[in-house]
Design a protein around this ligand. Structure first.
Ligand SMILES: Cc1cc2nc3c(=O)[nH]c(=O)nc-3n(C[C@H](O)[C@H](O)[C@H](O)COP(=O)(O)OP(=O)(O)OC[C@H]3O[C@@H](n4cnc5c(N)ncnc54)[C@H](O)[C@@H]3O)c2cc1C
Length: 433
């Protein structure tokens, strides 16, 4: 059983803003480009669910519509619903879609796999009605109706305000926003933004105006969730005092972590949690560039400028790429400031109780994991990280809770269907011959 194959000059994995920008500029410069994404349509996280015709009604919609128009005109081949699961051979990706597995060959590869939320365990976090903050937003963008729901938004990061505003606009009753970071750190970030990122500051102010009826608390975090069969009450701790809030949903996420499975699979050098890249977004692996959240959590503008630099560089237009260096530096600095402002406080390590589940795919508790010395030992002894999510949820939590370094990616990096696995096995057998 062998996978069908296609060949392009440039392949871009991930069709969020970073990947779209990379693909567009490379295709406009005359390269044969393939842009592929696991989701049903291009857009990534921030533009999820937008359609070119109606996008202008939503925040960032006009930027989305402009890039989608360029993408359409560029001649770039777009494969949606296509997940990269392995490097089948040097210069050849294995991609799985709903109906088939196929290979795609590339001269240059640009990884733009984005980020996911960091979810931390606390008693009751596995009850129905508890979801990631961005997860709640994604569900609402995909059609879940929040009207009449009492929602508590908690955790850390700029996403909390965007999520609270989005839920409010969609008709939810947001009961409070609870940010673990102290107000003093956020005030420092705000001051810097006034000088360097006035647009982003204005965006934050707009979200706050949309949520003015909701109190925004700092140095506050969820301690526990209670309910019979689903969330009914959330306990919040703030200034040494605990209080309960009745609610229907808890939307809780602790900033973002990059999706490093693909860069790790290719052997890209990772420094302090992000892919290390040079001025042209090239990773330590020749021919492989990384952009967007993979190189630092910095948001839309960072993803767009880095994507353009990588795309121009892949098309041989280095001087045009280097002309964007100043913009890039400003956005990368902002990402560093975000990381510092939303660094997690040590008290959050004390949230899980002995019986709190940390790995929810395999039902592994905090007490079982506390007895392990490393991620590898935990996998071998408890099956932590061996379930359907393959450590994508519990991996970031255990890194924070126990200080474990994640292991290298092993192919296939996502759970795959049996025919894809068979193609993997065939390729391995051919390579051995
Ligand atoms: C849940 C969530 C919600 C967010 N909501 C907002 C918001 O409302 N406002 C805001 O300003 N910022 C938001 N962000 C931040 C936002 O992601 C960034 O600002 C920006 O979108 C980053 O762009 P990117 O291109 O780096 O990655 P992303 O937009 O994350 O795009 C990455 C893309 O790569 C694809 N991908 C990943 N792995 C593979 C693979 N193996 N094969 C194929 N495709 C793959 C994903 O499906 C995704 O479409 C959110 C982030 C998250 C995680």
């Amino acid at each position: 059983m062998s996978a069908t194959s296609a060949r392009f000059d440039v392949v871009v994995a991930g069709a969020g803003p970073g990947g779209i920008a990379a693909a567009v500029v490379a295709a406009e410069a005359g390269k044969r480009v393939c842009l592929l994404d696991a989701n049903a349509a291009p857009g990534g996280q921030i533009w999820r669910g937008l359609r070119a015709e109606t996008a202008r009604r939503y925040p960032h919609g006009a930027v989305f519509a402009a890039w989608m128009a360029r993408l359409e005109r560029s001649g770039c081949v777009v494969w949606s619903g296509s997940q990269v699961v392995d490097l089948a051979a040097p210069g050849r990706l294995r991609v799985e879609s709903e109906s088939e597995s196929r290979d795609v060959e590339f001269e240059r590869l640009i990884l733009a796999a984005g980020a996911r939320e960091r979810v931390l365990p606390f008693p009751g976090w596995t009850l129905p009605g508890v979801m990631g903050a961005g997860g709640a937003q994604a569900l609402v963008k995909s059609g879940l109706d929040p009207r009449g729901k009492r929602v508590v938004v908690a955790g850390s990061g700029p996403l909390l305000l965007a999520v609270a505003a989005g839920l409010t606009r969609a008709g939810a009753s947001v009961q409070g926003i609870f940010e673990q970071t102290p107000l003093s750190r956020l005030a420092g970030l705000g001051l810097r933004m006034m000088l360097t990122q006035p647009g982003k500051l204005a965006e934050g102010a707009r979200y706050r105006l949309q949520t003015l009826r909701t109190a925004y608390h700092f140095s506050s975090w969820v301690k526990q969730v209670e309910g019979r069969g689903r969330v009914e009450r959330v306990w919040i701790t703030s200034g040494g005092k605990d209080r309960a809030l009745d609610c229907d949903w808890l939307a809780c996420g602790f900033h973002l972590v990059p999706n490093l499975e693909l860069p790790r699979l290719f052997g890209c050098k990772i420094v302090e949690g992000y892919v290390a890249v040079d001025a042209l977004q090239q990773s330590s692996v020749p021919g492989v560039a990384c952009v967007g959240e993979l190189t630092g959590i910095g948001g839309l503008e960072k993803a767009l400028v880095e994507g353009q630099i990588a795309g121009l560089s892949a098309a041989g237009c280095e001087s045009m790429a280097l002309a964007l260096a100043l913009q890039r530096r400003r956005q990368q600095k902002f990402a560093l400031h975000l990381d510092r402002a939303f660094a997690l406080r040590a008290e959050l390590r004390g949230l899980p109780m002995e019986r709190t589940i940390v790995c929810r795919c395999e039902d592994v508790t905090h007490s079982a994991l506390s007895a392990c010395a490393s991620w590898r030992e935990a996998k071998l002894h408890t099956r932590c990280g061996m379930g359907a999510c393959q450590g994508r949820v519990c991996g970031a939590a255990t890194e924070f809770l126990y200080g474990w370094k994640p292991a290298d990616s092993r192919p296939p990096v996502y759970p795959v269907r049996v025919p894809t696995l068979a193609a993997e096995t065939d390729a391995a057998a051919v390579a051995r011959r």
